[in-house]
Design a protein around this ligand. Structure first.
Ligand SMILES: *[C@@H]1O[C@H](CO)[C@@H](O)[C@H](O)[C@H]1NC(C)=O
Ligand SMILES: *[C@@H]1O[C@H](CO)[C@@H](O)[C@H](O)[C@H]1NC(C)=O
Ligand SMILES: *[C@@H]1O[C@H](CO)[C@@H](O)[C@H](O)[C@H]1NC(C)=O
Ligand SMILES: *[C@@H]1O[C@H](CO)[C@@H](O)[C@H](O)[C@H]1NC(C)=O
Ligand SMILES: *[C@@H]1O[C@H](CO)[C@@H](O)[C@H](O)[C@H]1NC(C)=O
Ligand SMILES: *[C@@H]1O[C@H](CO)[C@@H](O)[C@H](O)[C@H]1NC(C)=O
Ligand SMILES: *[C@@H]1O[C@H](CO)[C@@H](O)[C@H](O)[C@H]1NC(C)=O
Ligand SMILES: *[C@@H]1O[C@H](CO)[C@@H](O)[C@H](O)[C@H]1NC(C)=O
Ligand SMILES: *[C@@H]1O[C@H](CO)[C@@H](O)[C@H](O)[C@H]1NC(C)=O
Ligand SMILES: *[C@@H]1O[C@H](CO)[C@@H](O)[C@H](O)[C@H]1NC(C)=O
Ligand SMILES: *[C@@H]1O[C@H](CO)[C@@H](O)[C@H](O)[C@H]1NC(C)=O
Length: 741
């Protein structure tokens, strides 16, 4: 989904969160009940255990006078398949009472989350005819937790597919007039609606990950080619948790509960929340932990708050695979050509059939019979008089996301010229012929208007032009560092997320600005970390089809250590923007070595997290008590990258312990450490610096030391490459000044 829409959504969710915070202060018996998640950790081993009756008994124990309404109204749902817990409408006092019950781990409010191609796969070097493992690929199931799906889309045709994998335990309960097939094998809705996708988001993401090959697709002639996912032979299960406005936390956790038990292999979730939040209250962190325990990798979008600056990435947990969005080597633009032949470049995705030519420009009082000059210039509501703008291009001194777009669309004008906030890498789908211009170009139009009596212009249809500085991280893509766990590197990786063509819902309007756009399409071009996420989920599924026994962390490691670092001259936030770099699915097939992390490693990590760690241990029903003495610190989690915050003006010496496993083609191999450092004042060393393997799956440990004197930089990039002459296993090492966030 495009950035302007999303920033609005994220803003909204933040306001809602604040309001909730305030309401909680006032405890009152008459207070309105809110939806709480009562989390009870793992399910008991006891086969006779009846989770739902247990939940009802717990609610009854609150006292009859407390629970007004029927049990059906109070108990919203139970989690019974992959972990234990329930959702109920409660007052804060009842929530607190439940929290004190022995069997309850945590009680937290269900918050609202929000949703955040074709050529893109070729750009990644992943062509249509890559080597595949068809029988295994067709056994892979991708769980898409999103806004539903469009079962009729050609991207989900099951032509030529074999029977549904035996391991599938899910259902097809899409609602009326919704049929699954051998491609779309499952569908379930956790909202009031059917599993059908009315927004287009879920259809788009699922088809990017695993859509069939659909030749000759385009968006009104733009970006024509074959639309396809990474694993056209794999199956899709759609879990609908979002309606048009938002996605409820309690519904998302229910989707995880089912997806894990249904037997999916990879979960893709292009949903997030406005600000980074503690793991213990984040349903995606909790659900994906249980998934990881069962060998399922969860891939999540890093969020679209990049314009808020560093520390804006909202996918935090180390077991999640967090994806940033970047460009490919093309860009969608259109042009505004003024009568004086001056041409200005616009970022409107203008898909109307033809250019509009030789049209009068109108600005200010002349478009309004009612409003002041300044209101008319901004195209404020009720200031654009339809009879005065008919057949004209209206110039508004307003930002594209200010509402002026809607006002002008409703007026029936022929076109509009607006300014745009940032050099946004993405184009915006407009509801009428438009030019969206950066500051200086917009000022040029104003001075042109001022200097000519009969201003005329042409607005062209969009076209695709090469983008030289590519790949470039999108300005909207959430930036590191990780505000909650500073020594866990986020985002992990980047993938294409700008102007991606993929399947769409024919029920959804196409414009990023208004629902007034009556055009419909089975494919659309949209942007966001939401679109980058399924590229990585698809690549992960591809790796799984070639290496069925690899653990989730091995898949993640393979994709990270083989990623292509990006050019920092136009990606100035370096790893804080792109993580380990751009995915290269084919290289990831042969990583040589992998960094693996297992449940017990995360448990050791929790031990070093203080009270939040205690909560997490409780959440995951981990009985193990933390070791006394030295704890595994966050930086020593066996992550494929290394990151450390450093104090300004101080000398430092940081050690990272790591273990690598030999997954190369030969049992015998010798790897040498190669170091690059981004600053002569920083010294990096590795002990031992040579690792010799004699067996498959053998592991070796090493310690990497970074030392030096911190000067004034915001961040410094170094790297470690283990090379045996064939494979290069690259880990970025990022140091950043503590005070940058
Ligand atoms: C069922 O779905 C198909 C495909 O979208 C549509 O053409 C048809 O009108 C729908 N029928 C009903 C009863 O909604
Ligand atoms: C592609 O689609 C266009 C328009 O829908 C059509 O004219 C053309 O024949 C198609 N080409 C192929 C190869 O199917
Ligand atoms: C895309 O469309 C252009 C213009 O119609 C055409 O020249 C080109 O061959 C098409 N490309 C593909 C892959 O169909
Ligand atoms: C452009 O429009 C003006 C006035 O509307 C008209 O006089 C002129 O002939 C037009 N020029 C072209 C090239 O169509
Ligand atoms: C003029 O303003 C009034 C009230 O402010 C509004 O109802 C009316 O639609 C406006 N007229 C036009 C032409 O915009
Ligand atoms: C937008 O990009 C242009 C050219 O790359 C640059 O000169 C200008 O400073 C940028 N503006 C903003 C607001 O980033
Ligand atoms: C328009 O022209 C007038 C008179 O030449 C000048 O005072 C004003 O600043 C100009 N406005 C713009 C936006 O260029
Ligand atoms: C990085 O980009 C700059 C500026 O476009 C270019 O001069 C340089 O060659 C690029 N570096 C690499 C390694 O591609
Ligand atoms: C997050 O966890 C930290 C550390 O335990 C704690 O201080 C903070 O209050 C928590 N924040 C929220 C919003 O729960
Ligand atoms: C704990 O770690 C510190 C620093 O690494 C070391 O000096 C100390 O001996 C360790 N203590 C134990 C009990 O291992
Ligand atoms: C691997 O190395 C061991 C010890 O150096 C040697 O005995 C063995 O023959 C080697 N195996 C292969 C396949 O090269």
């Amino acid at each position: 989904m495009a950035n302007s829409r999303l920033s609005y959504y994220f803003l909204l969710s933040f306001v809602v969160a604040l309001a909730i915070g305030l309401l909680c202060e006032a405890i009152d018996d008459d207070e309105e009940r809110k939806v709480f998640i009562v989390y009870m950790g793992s399910l008991p081993e006891d086969k006779g255990y009846k989770a739902k009756s247990h939940h009802i008994r717990m609610l009854q124990a609150l006292g009859k006078d407390k629970i007004t309404g029927t049990m059906e109204e109070t108990l919203v749902r139970s989690y019974t398949r992959s972990f234990n817990g329930f959702v109920a409408r409660l007052t804060s006092r009842e929530a607190r009472k439940l929290e004190n019950m022995e069997e309850v781990v945590s009680v937290f409010e269900s918050r609202l989350y929000h949703t955040q191609t074709t050529k893109s796969w070729d750009y990644l070097g992943f062509s249509q005819d890559v080597l595949r493992n068809p029988p295994v690929e067709s056994d892979i199931i991708i769980g898409s937790i999103d806004s539903g799906i469009t079962p009729e889309s050609e991207s989900f045709s099951d032509q030529g597919l074999d029977n549904i994998p035996m391991k599938w335990k899910g259902v097809c309960e899409g609602g009326k007039n919704f049929t699954c097939n051998k491609k779309l094998i499952g569908a379930k809705s956790y909202t009031q609606e059917s599993a059908r996708d009315y927004s287009g988001h879920g259809t788009h993401t699922a088809s990017t990950a695993a859509g069939r090959e659909v030749p000759n697709t385009s968006f009104f002639g733009l970006a024509n080619g074959t639309a396809r996912g990474a694993v056209p032979g794999a199956r899709i299960a759609a879990y609908k948790v979002c309606n048009l406005e938002s996605c409820e936390g309690q519904a998302m956790l229910a989707a995880f509960d089912d997806a894990i038990a249904d037997g999916v292999d990879i979960i893709t979730i292009s949903i997030g929340i406005g600000v980074p939040s503690n793991l213990s209250i984040d349903v995606i962190s909790i659900g994906s932990f249980h998934a990881m325990e069962k060998g399922i990798l969860t891939v999540q979008s890093g969020g679209n708050n990049g314009n808020d600056g560093l520390g804006s990435v909202t996918s935090i947990a180390p077991w999640l695979f967090t994806v940033a969005a970047s460009s490919i080597d093309i860009k969608i633009i259109n042009k505004l050509v003024l009568r004086n032949q001056h041409t200005l470049i616009s970022t409107a995705l203008n898909s109307f059939p033809t250019s509009i030519n030789n049209i009068s420009l109108v600005y200010g009082r002349i478009i309004s019979s009612n409003c002041s000059e300044s209101d008319a210039r901004k195209c404020n509501p009720e200031c654009v008089d339809p009879s005065l703008v008919k057949g004209k291009i209206v110039v508004c001194d307003a930002l594209d996301d200010s509402g002026a777009m809607t006002v002008v669309t409703e007026s029936g004008a022929a076109g509009v010229i607006l300014s745009i906030r940032t050099n946004n890498s993405a184009s915006f789908n407009v509801p009428l012929p438009s030019a969206l211009l950066y500051d200086s170009d917009f000022s040029y139009v104003l001075s042109y208007l001022n200097s000519t009596r009969f201003p005329l212009a042409r607005i062209t249809k969009s076209e695709i032009v090469p983008l030289e500085k590519a790949p470039a991280v999108a300005d909207f893509s959430g930036r590191g560092p990780n505000k909650i766990l500073p020594q866990i590197f986020k985002p992990d990786i980047t993938a294409p997320g700008i102007d991606i063509l993929a399947a769409y819902s024919p029920f959804s309007g196409l414009s990023d600005y208004t629902d007034d756009d009556k055009r419909r399409s089975k494919f659309s071009i949209i942007s966001g970390t939401s679109m980058a996420c399924p590229h990585v989920a698809g690549a992960a599924a591809y790796l799984k089809s070639m290496h069925p026994l690899w653990s989730p962390s091995a898949i993640k490691s393979a994709l990270m250590t083989t990623a292509t670092p990006m050019n920092v001259s136009y990606n100035v936030d370096s790893e804080l923007g792109y993580g380990a770099g751009q995915i290269d699915p084919l290289k990831a097939l042969h990583p040589g070595l992998v960094y693996e992390t297992f449940v017990h490693d995360y448990i050791n990590m929790f031990c070093s997290l203080g009270s939040e760690g205690d909560k997490l241990l409780k959440i995951f029903r981990i009985k193990k008590s933390c070791p006394k003495g030295n704890l595994t610190s966050l930086k020593d989690l066996n992550y494929p990258s290394m990151v450390a915050p450093v104090d300004k003006d101080s000398a430092f010496n940081i050690q990272f312990s790591r273990i690598v496993k030999n997954v190369g083609r030969l049992p015998n191999s010798t790897y040498h450490a190669q170091i690059t450092t981004g600053d002569s004042a920083i010294h990096v060393s590795v002990e031992p610096s040579i690792l010799s393997f004699t067996q498959f799956r053998e592991t070796k440990s090493f310690v990497l030391t970074v030392s030096g004197q911190w000067l004034n930089q915001d961040h410094i990039s170094c790297s470690l490459v283990w090379s045996d002459g064939t494979y290069r296993v690259r880990s970025p090492i990022l140091l950043y000044r503590n005070s940058i966030v």
